[in-house]
Write a protein that binds this ligand. Structure first.
Ligand SMILES: *[C@@H]1O[C@H](CO)[C@@H](O)[C@H](O)[C@H]1NC(C)=O
Ligand SMILES: [Cu+2]
Length: 234
């Protein structure tokens, strides 16, 4: 029994080291404190992933629905928003960013992000498909950045970062999703963006989507299809 416990603890420590969160932001040189501009997530201690894509945690992974961060970050459309990673993106898989415009009468601190409100602004995919050394652009990164499109409308948004770890995604429920939402307020946007149809989280993904249920290692994959809608273009 004693042995079992220490083995279990050992595994838990290894697991925690392999997982990650997105606790801080910076924009134009302004660095936030932890969870000051990004909603505090359920996994702030465990660093563990969401594995059920139908879970309400898919929205922002907050400790409870509507958990707000203290600040809303002002940002100019066309400039970059950076999330820090604690401690790094240590698993292979795609990086996605989504925006949700906050409805009238609410702010980025009060909006819960529910409903068909999200559009994708960035996705990436692997290089080396068809070989035994597939690599992902975000691998090992201690921070990840996205450009807020110049053509968005001004106003408050939730900015949702999502990294999907695929190392054990070969069976249903094996993909690990690491998610956070930042609270931002955009100025300088041209407002010309056509967002196309908006998606919900949960709702946008199914456990059997080819980019979620994915065998990374063998047989060697020759393609990868990101889940969710295509990223918008200005
Ligand atoms: C903005 O973010 C993009 C995407 O990560 C990156 O390629 C680019 O170098 C960044 N630009 C600046 C000025 O940091
Ligand atoms: Cu992990």
């Amino acid at each position: 029994m004693k042995l079992t416990t220490s083995v279990a603890l050992g595994l838990a420590v290894v697991g925690a080291q392999a997982h990650y969160t997105f606790p801080k932001s910076y924009t134009n040189g302004a660095v936030s404190a932890e969870w000051e501009t990004i909603r505090m997530t359920e996994n702030r201690y465990s660093h563990g992933p969401v594995t059920d894509v139908t879970s309400s945690a898919m929205t922002c992974y907050e400790i409870s629905p509507g958990t707000r961060a203290a600040k809303i970050v002002p940002i100019t459309a066309g400039s970059n928003f950076t999330f820090t990673v604690d401690t790094s993106i240590s698993h292979p898989g795609p990086l996605h960013f989504y925006l949700a415009k906050v409805p009238a009468g609410q702010t980025a601190a009060t909006f819960d992000g529910k409903g068909a409100v999200w559009f994708k602004i960035y996705q990436d995919g692997p290089s080396g498909l068809g070989t035994s050394s597939i690599t992902w652009p975000s691998a090992g990164k201690a921070e990840v950045s996205v450009q807020i499109p110049k053509c968005v409308a001004n106003g408050d948004y939730l900015l949702r970062v999502e990294h999907i770890a695929l190392h054990s995604a070969g069976s249903v429920g094996g993909a690990q999703l690491y998610i956070s939402c930042a609270q931002i307020s955009v100025t300088g946007g041209t407002g010309t963006l056509n967002t196309g149809s908006l998606v919900s989280f949960p709702g946008a993904y199914k456990a059997t989507d080819p980019g979620i249920l994915f065998q990374l290692y063998w047989p060697t994959p020759t393609s990868y299809i990101n889940p969710g809608p295509a990223p918008v273009k200005c």
